[in-house]
Design a binder for this molecule. Structure first.
Ligand SMILES: [Zn+2]
Length: 441
């Protein structure tokens, strides 16, 4: 595809005015401009019929020009070489033939919370049942208690370590949910910490209001009353600039689709996009509801029906798959991957970082699990942590390498993109660019 880069130019003024340039790079662009089409494998029974298809949207021996935090030019190394003398050494990054992907995007996390639940993990391995643990105040209630009791500084300090683990693996955008407060003050505290983390580390943080996560103990047997509170708190926190999207947990053990609908109505009145934890344990119509509200994503989906997949396809709702929870719970019911492919629903992969069902702070490992546990291809899981994860967060300028997109990039010491999904426990990151600035040197 190197000959069809209609975005290139040899205009000298342009070629000498970049803030930063990258040379000798192999790019996994995930851009349709360079032949990326993740759905191609599902056409014609896996036989690609498109001569324009390039796996990963790859461009070899490429160069990039960056200006004001944006990708301003992409072309061949040969086109850039005559202009190198215009740049100081500090402005030139020689990728020495390594691979660059878009900065990774973790689009479903509960990363902000206090305490942890390793005591429950240990107790279960000594034979305690979930009921035993719940009777002792364990489970989600334990995290709610710890998060309510912690100061904003304590929550920040604990959450920061988890974020740094993700950042070190090339994550440049992340979604962070509330949902361990279940009261106004603590939901606010969590969302404030999420914003503070984004500011401190100069990464993009999308916040999701997830007060409809679980029923707090003080509302026992009064779920409708609690949902009324959830609906009242949302405009308050939105007005404070803390909410980018609205989430919920639609499940027999959490809230019904009718209860979630009430929250979504408030979201719609505020112009906020919605998403949902749906069909993880049973099928009670969560994804159909998200599709009805033109939601960004429907997440988990092990029990999703084909009829609801068609609705998701029609509403452009992303299917966010969470193999870390599948692994931790030793689940055996696979999400309907073939039907998602057949209907060309965009698939994203995320850590679901949370203290109970997915204490995972490695997006690379989540990608490996996506291949090994869900039988996704390396191209699918990488798209799931870049372009499709960006779609799941409504970020139109992230998740692909293309002129006009944000200069969020990850440089990897690998020989093929699939190395990122294949290796377990090795982090081949070389450098990370966030908004046009290299962060590792
Ligand atoms: Zn979740």
């Amino acid at each position: 595809m190197t000959n069809t880069t209609n975005q290139t130019t040899t205009d000298t003024t342009t070629m000498t005015s970049f803030d930063q340039i990258i040379i000798n790079a192999n790019l996994a662009t995930f851009s349709a401009h360079y032949g990326f089409d993740v759905h191609i494998d599902s056409k014609e029974n896996g036989k690609s019929t498109s001569a324009d298809h390039a796996p990963y949207g790859q461009l070899e021996n490429a160069a990039i020009g960056i200006k004001e935090g944006t990708i301003a030019w992409i072309g061949s190394n040969e086109q850039m070489t005559p202009h190198l003398s215009h740049y100081q050494a500090a402005q030139i990054k020689d990728a020495v033939g390594n691979w660059i992907t878009p900065g990774l995007i973790d689009c479903h996390t509960h990363l902000v919370y206090a305490g942890n639940r390793s005591n429950e993990f240990e107790a279960r391995l000594h034979g305690a049942s979930y009921q035993d643990i719940a009777a002792q105040g364990g489970g989600i209630v334990a995290t709610v208690s710890a998060t309510r009791a912690a100061s904003i500084e304590e929550i920040f300090a604990q959450s920061e370590k988890r974020l740094l683990a993700l950042i070190k693996e090339g994550v440049t955008s992340i979604e962070i949910k509330s949902g361990y407060g279940l009261d106004l003050d603590t939901e606010r505290k969590m969302l404030t910490v999420a914003r503070q983390l984004g500011d401190k580390y100069d990464i993009h943080v999308s916040t999701s209001y997830l007060a409809a996560h679980a029923l707090p103990p003080e509302y026992k047997d009064r779920a409708d009353d609690y949902i009324e509170q959830v609906c009242e708190w949302l405009p308050i926190l939105h007005k404070e600039g803390l909410v980018d999207a609205v989430d919920g947990f639609c499940e027999n053990i959490a809230f019904s689709s009718e209860q979630i609908r009430r929250v979504f109505e408030v979201a719609r009145s505020l112009g906020l996009p919605v998403k949902l934890h749906s069909e993880q344990l049973s099928d009670i119509g969560g994804s159909a509801l998200v599709a009805e509200y033109q939601g960004l994503s429907s997440d988990h989906l092990e029990h999703l029906s084909e009829a609801d997949i068609e609705k998701m396809a029609a509403s452009n709702t992303v299917a966010v798959l969470l193999p870390g929870a599948f692994y931790t719970l030793r689940d055996t019911k696979l999400p309907p991957i073939d039907a998602l492919r057949k209907h060309q629903v965009a698939i994203a992969i995320s850590t679901d970082c949370n203290p109970g069902t997915s204490p995972l702070t490695s997006l690379l490992l989540a990608m490996n699990m996506g291949c090994t546990l869900f039988y996704l291809t390396p191209e699918e899981v990488l798209a799931g942590a870049t372009i499709n994860a960006a779609q799941a967060l409504g970020l139109s300028k992230k998740g692909r390498i293309e002129v006009g997109c944000d200069a969020d990039l990850a440089l990897w010491d690998i020989t093929r993109p699939a190395d990122l999904c294949y290796q377990i426990g090795l982090n081949p990151i070389e450098d990370i660019m966030r908004q046009g600035q290299w962060s590792k040197g």
